[in-house]
Design a protein around this ligand. Structure first.
Ligand code: ZN
Length: 419
């Protein structure tokens, strides 16, 4: 669909741009973070709470919703928007990542080449998003990877299921999402170049099949994003970006292994972004499964328009809060004993319910250690508030032509922003 994305401003010092992405259920102001509603809920929150934090779009997952409760039921209930009570835009991931994570063992944990997000290594449950895979999906089993599609055993009921490019698109059509992602193969970091190359080529053939299915049967107005693969190999990444950009997809997502360090991840993303410039830059770009504060800032500078990641919500459920502290990866682990008697709030100037009501770190720490739902909710609200403010400030900065100063202030809060 032409004209789905309007670029409003560009940062002259980087590839960053601010824009508005138009979908059947409304607009998304970009750059934007997209909270996960993997299983048709942003865990613990009501739709109006997510919306009130400033989020325009959420992300649902084809794999999980297909297995339970099933897209037929959701369709009978009026589609995913109505089913989950979210009237704004929804993007659905294709299920490729979840299916291949079963096949590649712990690929998901290493797909970014890093330890899973979260404290104590215990924050990886839930198999959300593309940044990790949890025990649920691991308890399923992949049975065959073929050109036609992938068969696997469901973690819900043990039945054999098949996902293919056409099947994934049909499920996303039944869900009625505003943006569908094509079915791709996610290759792990450790595989040989020859495997990555063959896998990337298959992803390109699957891209064609997804777009053909959607052209014939897709819901009116639903946008389709192709996915750039190619692992950490520059020629494969650039070639993949050119193939995806050359297709008739409406937007472009970057997926797969982005390397074993932040520096490598930024390099890999930049290769793709450079190929997506020029005639292709009018299409929106999404970076899959990335959401740490410094990665969001760098991603915006590299020209990414939207991001999704389990990190802010998952951290919240595991007693971790985001704070302006780059030295500690912008995190504070409230489960640690040092906060047991801390009277201060999480963050002085934060408008979230946890901070604005003055709840102490001591209280939040106690709730987290006691496993109280209220604690998970308050920390989820705080973390999503933190990320929403970051993205809103980056967006405003691009519009006001002051991105370098604002980005520097987020990277180093000790240095106050010049007037
Ligand atoms: Zn707060």
């Amino acid at each position: 669909m032409a004209g789905a994305f309007t670029i409003q401003a560009r940062d002259p010092s980087s590839l960053a741009r601010a824009g508005v992405l138009h979908t059947p259920h409304g607009d998304i102001r970009t750059p934007a973070f997209v909270p996960l509603a993997t299983k048709a809920t942003v865990k613990g929150l009501l739709p109006e709470e997510v919306s009130a934090l400033g989020y325009d779009m959420v992300l649902g997952n084809t794999f999980h919703l297909h297995l339970r409760p099933g897209e037929e039921l959701i369709e009978r209930m009026g589609g995913l928007h109505r089913f989950m009570g979210w009237s704004g835009p929804i993007i659905t991931d294709s299920g490729g990542f979840q299916v291949f994570s079963m096949g590649h063992g712990t690929v998901a944990d290493e797909i970014k080449g890093r330890a899973p997000h979260g404290s104590k290594g215990g924050a990886s449950s839930g198999s959300e998003g593309r940044s990790s895979i949890g025990s649920e999906a691991r308890s399923g089993a992949i049975l065959a990877i073929e050109e036609g599609g992938v068969s696997f055993r469901s973690y819900v009921d043990g039945r054999v299921r098949t996902l293919s490019p056409e099947r994934s698109m049909a499920i996303q059509a039944a869900l009625g999402s505003d943006i569908a992602l094509v079915f791709d193969e996610c290759t792990p970091f450790h595989v040989e170049r020859s495997y990555t190359e063959a896998s990337t080529e298959r992803t390109h053939r699957w891209l064609t099949r997804c777009l053909e299915w959607h052209f014939e049967h897709g819901p009116a107005g639903q946008l389709v994003y192709g996915i750039v693969q190619g692992g950490v190999y520059e020629d494969l990444r650039r070639a993949s970006a050119r193939v995806v950009a050359g297709s008739r997809c409406d937007g472009i997502a970057i997926g797969g292994s982005l390397g074993d360090s932040k520096a490598q991840m930024y390099e890999v993303v930049e290769w793709a972004m450079r190929e997506l410039g020029g005639a292709h830059e009018s299409r929106p770009r999404h970076l899959l499964g990335i959401g740490e504060v410094d990665d969001l800032i760098r991603g915006v500078e590299l020209g990414v328009d939207t991001f999704d990641c389990a990190m802010p919500t998952r951290l919240g459920r595991h007693g971790c809060a985001l704070v302006p502290d780059p030295a500690n990866r912008w995190r504070v682990d409230l489960v640690k004993g040092r906060w047991r008697e801390a009277p201060e709030p999480l963050q002085e100037d934060c408008p979230c319910p946890a901070c604005s009501r003055g709840f102490s770190r001591a209280y939040l720490s106690y709730l987290a250690r006691a496993g109280e739902l209220t604690g998970a909710r308050l920390l989820t609200l705080h973390n999503l508030t933190f990320i929403a403010r970051l993205m809103a400030e980056l967006r405003e900065a691009i519009l006001d032509d002051r991105l370098p100063e604002v980005a520097a202030a987020w990277r180093d809060p000790e240095k106050p922003l010049p007037p």
